[in-house]
Design a protein around this ligand. Structure first.
Ligand code: ADP
Length: 554
């Protein structure tokens, strides 16, 4: 049943009585009056959805009564009853904003239809206005969601709210980490110049309203509750709107909008518009704060990472010199000492010192790669020579594990122009891993050939293999598939990241094909020739134009 409230004005009691009965029978709430003056009084006291009026009445006539009532209730729907059913009357009624008109004498059905059509038109008009308001809101939302700096976001929210609601003044407050409100930005309020008591009153009132989590609208201070009226008086505003900023029901701040010009009022749909805007703004503020937290955490991690790298760098440098001295002396002793038992022990010392030097070098290589300090030294590179050198260095490991090594490189493979030292380091790391992760008596192989315009080298083994989900991660520094505490293999997890860094420095690619229990194949592809690094640009002035042959002095 419809529950709209309808005000009817007609100076003929019989007509008024009839209209009232017809409209009541449709379930509307009805007030009937006999004059324009009474209709105006009723509209001042109460809000109506529809005003049905006779055109000719003694005293204030129907059209004038409607005009006055509209000043109190701008969105009231109006229907005119008239005895002059001419085209002129119809046009005049529509021009004056009447939604419908009925010509006397009318049937019960005529009146019912006119009222329901007028109310339906109004419903559609409001729906339309609501949808049109959503378009700018959508645009605003896009801007807000991409703003992550709090100050900029606050200014954008306030500007959008003032523009959309035609407010001339506004204050946007946010909660500090200690839970207290502070003014983040304002327009039309000179917050810096305001009396401290006024500001403290403003914040205090906003805090109290925020606790209630309700929007507050006061078109004039006369009709406002005491604390809002006092707020309006102190800040000299004519009409006032307050909206909490709630993100997932938590109050993150508040927005006050105001109009100061005499008689300025907020429009009927403004409350709805503001609450949607504030809902979006609150989420945007929460996102901005999360973004800031993530950025801070990232920065802290970055600092820790820098400290860790610095520590590794210093430790590696400091270890290198004493290690070199130690190795030099042990080497001499091995040569000088005759006693075979002591000699064997010294050789163990030497072997372990060599391992230690390998670790120190790996740390320094990694550091150079990360700092971009690994310079290219390009020369013709015979891959079979490099494979042989790498295998020679690892001969004792191969022998100790009884590994069968298979090398397959075409005899006519042309040398490539790249950095041989970097390729050797890559090969050494890959072959060392292949031997390390292959059980006793297994097989390890190295193959090379030219594929399209690349040299492809693969190092394969019949070892433990690697799960597909680890294929990317194993190239990260310090990453090892087995947890370090339960690990049975040596190493600090730098071999593959160094290999990757070296290959990429030579403008190549590296990847792995492997499955657990099926062995592994590490492949790297290098361009057949690469250019040397560009000579760094000269930034200082090395000589003036006077020194140049043909310069001004010559
Ligand atoms: P490290 O060998 O010192 O642990 P790497 O960076 O060379 O460090 O290798 C990272 C990890 O990748 C190894 O710990 C191992 O888990 C896995 N891995 C590397 N090569 C092989 C291989 N040939 N077979 C099986 N796993 C391997």
């Amino acid at each position: 049943m419809p529950r709209e409230k309808i005000l009817i004005a007609d100076d003929e009691p019989d007509v008024l009585n009839l209209c009232t009965r017809i409209v009541c029978s449709e379930g509307y709430e009805v007030t009937g009056v006999l004059t324009g003056e009474e209709a105006i009084e009723a509209a001042q006291r109460e809000r109506y959805d529809l005003f049905l009026t006779d055109m000719i009445m003694p005293g204030i006539r129907g059209l004038e009564t409607t005009r006055i009532i509209r000043t109190y209730q701008p969105d009231i729907v109006c229907v005119l009853m008239t005895g002059h059913g001419t085209m002129d009357t119809a046009i005049q009624a529509l021009q004056l904003g009447f939604s419908e008109f009925v010509v006397k004498p009318f049937s019960t059905l005529d009146l019912k239809l006119a009222i329901s059509r007028a109310l339906e038109k109004e419903r559609l008009r409001r729906e339309n206005a609501r949808l049109s308001a959503l378009i700018p809101l959508f645009e605003i939302n896009k801007t807000l969601m991409t703003t992550v700096e709090e100050g900029q976001l606050a200014r954008r929210v306030l500007r959008a709210a003032c523009d959309e609601l035609g407010a001339t003044r506004g204050i946007l407050m946010l909660r500090r980490t200690d839970g207290r409100l502070f003014v983040r930005t304002s327009t039309g309020f000179d917050v810096d110049q305001a009396q401290p008591e006024t500001m403290s009153f403003v914040l205090h009132t906003a805090e109290a309203l925020l606790q209630e989590r309700q929007q507050v609208l006061a078109q004039t201070s006369a009709g406002a509750e005491a604390r809002v009226a006092e707020f309006m008086r102190r800040t000299q505003i004519e009409s006032f709107m307050f909206s909490p900023l709630l993100a997932m029901d938590a109050p993150v701040g508040a927005l006050v909008l105001a109009k100061s010009e005499r008689g300025a009022r907020f429009a009927p749909g403004d409350s709805e518009l503001l609450s949607v805007l504030c809902g979006q703004a609150a989420i945007a503020f929460q996102n901005a704060s999360l973004f800031e937290q993530i950025q801070r955490a990232y920065q802290e991690l970055q600092e820790l990472d820098d400290m860790k790298s610095e520590f590794i760098n210093i430790a590696a440098h400091e270890l290198r010199t004493p290690l070199a001295i130690l190795m030099g002396h042990v080497d001499l002793l091995v040569e000088e000492i005759e006693d075979t038992q002591i000699k064997a022990r010294l050789q163990i010392v030497l072997r372990n010192a060599l391992r230690l030097r390998g670790l120190v070098n790996a740390l320094l290589d990694m550091r150079h790669l990360q700092n971009g300090e690994a310079q290219l030294e390009i020369a013709p590179c015979h891959i079979s020579d490099l494979i042989r050198d790498a295998m020679d260095d690892l001969a004792s490991m191969v022998e100790a594990k009884g590994i069968q090594v298979l090398v397959n490189v075409p005899a006519d493979l042309e040398p490539v122009l790249t950095d041989p030292q970097k390729v050797l380091l890559t090969l050494s790391n890959l072959i060392q891993n292949a031997i390390k992760f292959t059980p006793q008596g297994g097989r390890v192989g190295v193959e090379a050939n030219v594929h399209e315009d690349e040299l492809r080298v693969s190092v394969w083994d019949t070892g433990i293999g690697i799960h597909a989900e680890e294929h990317e991660r194993i190239f990260l520094p310090f990453y090892q598939v087995e947890p370090s505490l339960t690990r049975e293999h040596e190493g600090i997890g730098l071999g593959l990241s160094i290999a990757k860094g070296m290959v990429e420095r030579c403008k190549g690619r590296i990847w792995v094909e492997s499955e657990p229990g099926q062995g592994s194949r590490f492949i790297f592809a290098l361009p057949l020739r690469i250019d040397p690094d560009p000579v760094p640009a000269v930034t200082g002035i090395l000589f003036s134009s006077e020194d140049v042959p043909g310069g001004p002095s010559s």
